[in-house]
Ligand binder design. Structure first.
Ligand code: CAA
Length: 258
């Protein structure tokens, strides 16, 4: 399918989605958000895709929601359309793993979309921030909620109240990103990680994603019960038999998603 504001490429079971509005530093307008959700849903439904990488340009992953599009909206407009609820819900409903590969600015909605992915690999050039306060608004897609869970109250307050940007190094130290790599190697590293995931059993990847995400929603005892039940359920799969047999026979497992 042809898109206006994103590029989509599938290689070796990995779907690479590149945000492509260079004239606006990939600002997230309604067209881009609609196309992004549609591309993610297509990838989620496709037999050819086992993992997704979401990236932007060297200068910007995304500089936030499109300010030009929002500037004249009224309270009734944003309340009635439930602005950004659909994006959040659709991205969070994707079952296959999504890696955000971030270079340059990931600000406001850009940082928030990166946090909706399953983990973030950052180039040394990445800058994260929730500068909505400078526009007279609070974050609207998780900047006060997900960021607080990633980095804790003090740093989240600092980011949301001052609007300052965090470097990749600080973001890694704070637990927002999983690894920092040289800018030139960003896509190679993210595609390499996605390739590793693509080689696993899809049943297990989906179960891992669901289980880790429950940690955000449940008290520990309920989360532990959920994890244990999922762990037990995996014993009903052929992939569990294959994975354990392959280990004992000292060979690579051949998973069949069964
Ligand atoms: N929306 C719309 N357009 C944007 C944009 C945004 N969020 N960010 C950048 N642009 C546009 C600029 O208007 C400019 O376009 P023109 O050439 O037509 O004027 C172009 O992208 C290049 O930007 P700059 O000239 O500003 O580039 P710079 O290198 O000097 O600065 C920057 C880069 C620091 C990222 C700066 O562009 C900036 O501060 N952007 C806004 C960041 C921001 O406030 N994001 C939060 C948005 S609100 C939000 O996201 C709400 C939410 O929680 C969902």
């Amino acid at each position: 399918m042809a898109y206006e504001t994103i590029n989509v490429d599938i290689q070796d079971h990995v779907c690479l989605i590149k945000l492509n509005r260079p004239e606006a530093l990939n600002a997230l307008n309604s067209v881009l958000l609609g196309e992004l959700c549609a591309a993610l849903e297509d990838a989620d439904a496709s037999d050819k895709v086992r993992c997704i990488v979401l990236t932007g340009s060297e200068k910007a992953f995304a500089a936030g929601a499109d300010i030009k599009e929002m500037a004249d909206m009224s309270y009734v407009d944003v309340f009635t359309s439930n602005l950004f609820a659909d994006t959040n819900n659709r991205i969070c409903a994707i079952r296959k793993p999504i890696i955000a590969a971030v270079a340059g600015y990931a600000l406001g909605g850009g940082c928030e979309v990166a946090m909706m992915c399953d983990f973030i690999i950052a180039a040394e050039t990445a800058k994260f921030g929730q500068p909505e306060i400078n526009l007279g608004v609070v974050a609207g897609m998780g900047g006060t909620q997900r960021l607080t869970r990633f980095v804790g109250k003090s740093k989240s307050m600092d980011m949301n109240l001052t609007g300052r940007f965090m470097t990749a190094e600080e973001a890694e130290r704070a637990g927002l990103v999983s690894r920092v790599v040289p800018a030139k190697k960003l896509i190679e590293e993210a595609m390499g990680a996605a390739q590793k995931i693509a080689e696993k059993s899809m049943l297990t990847s989906v179960a891992v994603k669901e289980s880790v995400n429950r940690a955000y929603e449940l008290p520990l005892s309920e989360g532990m019960l959920f994890e244990r039940r999922v762990f037990h359920a995996m014993f009903a799969t052929e992939d569990q038999k294959e994975g354990m047999a392959a280990f004992l026979e000292k060979r690579e497992a051949q998973f069949r998603d069964k």
